[in-house]
Design a binder for this molecule. Structure first.
Ligand SMILES: Cc1cc2nc3c(=O)[nH]c(=O)nc-3n(C[C@H](O)[C@H](O)[C@H](O)COP(=O)(O)OP(=O)(O)OC[C@H]3O[C@@H](n4cnc5c(N)ncnc54)[C@H](O)[C@@H]3O)c2cc1C
Length: 330
């Protein structure tokens, strides 16, 4: 506690970056507006503008990419999940897939387990990786929460979502960079097979085109209007990408698209949000310990932020706390 209280005095430089916006820090260091705009080029990875992003988040979630690069898990994101599953099983744990949790059981302010379909799994510790709003307001239920806490969780705003087009093309794009960003038109093209050649047969390429999107711009999923908007948005993005990859549309072998409601459907993330809660300086993400004894939060909706690496960090903090910080010294 003493360390926490003394933190701003002992680390004044970092504390300053934590408590100011990225725009304030850019204005302190630079005069040239074009240079400032350029330094904001990767803020899409935070999902908020420079006047709303904490300077520390801008450093870790965008400026660090210039210094250290970004990484693509070989075999795709599913391979990363599979590696975690293997690690759990190697340590004697079990992973149950296709078990959607319908309820988190609470009695006398303490967690008692979860209900998944017709199975009741009892435990004095539950770590919820699903979004905090879903975990607390839906799976636990507001009747088990203090009114102010429930109101705080309800008030948290979601981050933006995205629209993505996934293409398999019969073109050799190995001479292209892996990531192409068009800041003027607000989209990015990722040639995944340049990062991981196993993703496409030789002479072909796997591509995703991505742009930020608003969940509420889309009608209910499955309606004619929804399918029409989804197709038109995908066509428009492919046309834009043709400016950097000429004749792209003539070489499509496989095509799929995902709107914010697709991300919501597959991950249960409200509004299909990219990074769970809004990542601006005013958002206070919920603490990983909840007021319900034994119920913990991990993942993008808690400290430190959204994105895969931050979600992993939150899991490490939570696991260490449950094990009372008895970690092995390597
Ligand atoms: C289009 C897109 C692109 C992105 N690109 C990047 C990127 O390039 N780099 C990066 O670092 N991050 C990226 N992100 C963000 C990143 O994917 C998330 O921040 C991260 O996956 C969050 O991890 P998580 O474990 O908190 O949640 P998730 O990865 O969403 O995992 C939650 C899991 O819980 C399961 N679940 C939900 N409800 C229940 C329930 N009731 N019962 C049981 N299981 C349930 C879900 O099925 C899911 O498997 C991107 C996100 C999107 C949508």
């Amino acid at each position: 506690m003493k360390k926490l209280v003394n933190y701003p005095r002992e680390h004044p430089h970092f504390y300053d970056w934590m408590s100011k916006t990225f725009k304030q820090k850019l204005d302190e260091y630079f005069k040239n507006e074009d240079l400032k705009t350029l330094l904001c080029a990767l803020l899409g990875y935070v999902g908020a503008g420079p006047e709303r992003t904490s300077a520390a988040s801008a450093l870790t979630a965008s400026i660090s990419y210039y210094l250290f690069g970004r990484y693509y898990p070989r075999g795709g994101a599913q391979h990363f999940a599979n590696s975690l599953k293997n690690a759990i099983e190697k340590s004697g744990g079990r992973v149950l897939v296709n078990h959607r949790v319908d309820k988190i059981l609470v009695e006398n302010g303490e967690v008692r387990g979860v209900v998944a379909g017709d199975r009741v799994l009892r435990s004095s510790v539950v770590v919820a990786n699903v979004n905090a709003k879903t975990a607390l307001l839906e799976l636990v239920g507001e009747e088990y929460l203090d009114r102010d806490y429930a109101e705080y969780i309800r008030s948290l705003k979601m981050s933006p979502s995205a629209f993505m087009v996934f293409l398999g093309v019969d073109m050799d794009l190995t001479n292209y960079p892996t990531l192409i960003k068009n800041l003027d038109e607000g989209y990015g093209v990722v040639i995944n097979s340049n990062a991981d050649p196993a993703l496409a047969p030789s002479g072909m390429a796997s591509i995703t085109i991505i742009t930020l999107a608003n969940y509420y711009d889309y009608p209910p999923r499955g309606t004619k209007e929804y399918l029409k908007i989804k197709k038109e948005t995908a066509d428009a993005l492919i046309r834009k990408a043709e400016k950097v990859i000429p004749n792209l549309s003539k070489h499509i072998v496989v095509r799929d698209a995902a709107a914010p409601k697709t991300f919501e459907r597959y991950t249960s993330m409200p509004e299909g949000a990219l990074y769970s809660f809004d990542q601006s300086i005013e958002t206070r993400r919920p603490y990983f310990k909840t007021p319900i004894k034994g119920l913990y939060l991990v993942g993008a909706s808690t400290f430190p932020d959204g994105e895969v690496e931050a979600a992993v960090i939150s899991g490490i903090i939570c696991a260490n706390d449950i094990c009372r910080w008895r970690t092995k010294r390597m």
